[in-house]
Design a protein around this ligand. Structure first.
Ligand code: UD1
Ligand code: UDP
Length: 353
């Protein structure tokens, strides 16, 4: 079978790192990189260190407004789909690359498989929410990572083709943890041996594009007096610079890091403070307390389990959680058994002829 996979943004490279090599054991995979993320430390580093197959096509679409970026992807993807004639198009997550990949296939009547289907924040202002709702409703195979995601689809009347396989990001952590322990030198480089620190990421559009929200977050981190390691997403850097916001000395700003360094930083952190979807899950996998600077989360089970707290961008709530949030004692199994990629392959083999 010919399976065409579309990736474009950092978290999709990590998901593909878990799935692509499994799919290639039995099928011909064509990998298309839209070029949504293009800096070396947002793209190339993942392909190299995680041995993700080299993309067959890089569309080099780059940054732009939503319409421009998604529209350019559609134009280029259509040419490739017509040429390659895939039996199935596989997309991940909720980015503009996800929507373009799925929509283009749907218009050409090519079945779509959506990995990480069914997640909902119920905040329709989020570009990610728009992308995932639209993608789910044009997908033939919906690989959900959690029970909550399955229930969300059920509530929207999407019942056929839905499979709870677990989370491919759990596969990725299990696959690469040992390699990270062998290869990553980030703790030494940052002089963090035996030191306590908080790991933070910020990139969600609703936080970066609103000066008050971003200012509250940075003030909370500044005032925490904790050592904070902050690999800064290029979107956030752009807004921090344009708003003229300043970080105190307790914050170690670094460039975005590769996945092996990132999971090493997570494993060695005291707490994780983030607005990322993937990092919330990784905090759970690493058994680290997670403080989520959003008004809602798609990963509701991590909160219900007592490992994640939603604090929005209220400075006092962030500070209070940094100082006082404690997790529950044990964890339920939310994200499956770390074999989501194999299950995806099995289901594709059974369903798509
Ligand atoms: C995108 C996804 C978001 C995902 C995130 C993962 C959409 C709508 N958003 O957000 O769901 O959580 O990726 O990281 O698809 N930039 C660079 N270099 C790069 C990439 C981006 O400088 O390699 C800068 C550009 O100024 C760009 C901005 O970051 O305008 C935003 O990039 P974009 O891909 O549009 O959205 P993300 O915020 O990365
Ligand atoms: N990540 C990384 N380097 C960084 C920041 C994040 O490798 O500097 C990884 C992180 O471990 C996780 C993924 O990127 O696997 C999450 O992506 P991101 O936060 O960009 O997007 P989201 O998950 O919110 O869509």
């Amino acid at each position: 079978m010919k399976i065409l996979t579309v990736v474009g943004a950092r978290p999709q490279f990590i998901k593909a790192a878990a799935v692509s090599n499994i799919i290639r054991k039995e099928h011909n995979e064509i990998l298309v990189h839209t070029g949504q993320h293009y800096d070396e430390n947002m793209s190339k580093v993942f392909f190299e260190e995680l041995k993700i197959p080299k993309p067959d096509y890089n569309l080099e679409i780059g940054s732009g407004s939503h319409g421009e970026q998604t529209g350019k992807m559609l134009i280029e993807l259509e040419k490739i789909y017509l040429k390659e004639k895939p039996d199935l198009v596989l997309v991940y997550g909720d980015t503009n690359s996800t929507l373009a990949g799925a929509l283009c296939a749907s218009k050409l009547l090519i079945p779509v498989a959506h990995v990480e289907a069914g997640l909902r924040s119920f905040n329709s202002n989020m570009p990610e929410e728009q992308n995932r709702v639209l993608t789910d409703h044009i997908s033939k195979l919906l690989f959900v990572p959690t029970q909550a995601a399955k229930k969300n689809l059920h509530n929207e009347g999407v019942q056929s083709g839905v499979y709870n396989v677990g989370d491919v990001m759990f596969d990725a952590v299990l696959n690469f943890k040992k390699l990270a322990e062998q290869k990553s030198n980030i703790i030494n480089l940052l002089n963090m041996e035996d030191k306590e620190y908080i790991l933070t990421t910020i990139h969600r559009a609703e936080n970066t594009n609103d000066i008050n929200r971003l200012k509250n977050i940075i003030e909370a981190l500044n005032e925490s007096n904790k050592t904070v390691i902050l690999p800064l997403h290029p979107r956030t850097k752009k807004y921090v610079d344009s708003y003229g916001l300043k970080f105190n000395n307790n914050i170690k700003l670094i460039d975005p890091v590769g996945y092996l360094d990132m999971i090493t930083l997570e494993m060695n952190s005291q707490k994780i403070v983030t607005d990322s979807g993937g990092v919330q899950k990784e905090a759970f996998f690493m058994k680290k307390p997670c403080i989520t600077m959003r008004d809602e989360t798609e990963w509701v089970e991590t909160v219900e389990n007592g490992w994640n707290v939603i604090v929005g961008t209220d400075k006092n709530k962030i500070l209070d959680a940094i100082l006082n949030f404690k997790t529950s004692e044990d964890q339920q199994n939310i994200f499956g058994d770390g074999k989501a990629s194999c299950k995806i392959l099995d289901i594709i083999n059974c369903i798509v002829k």
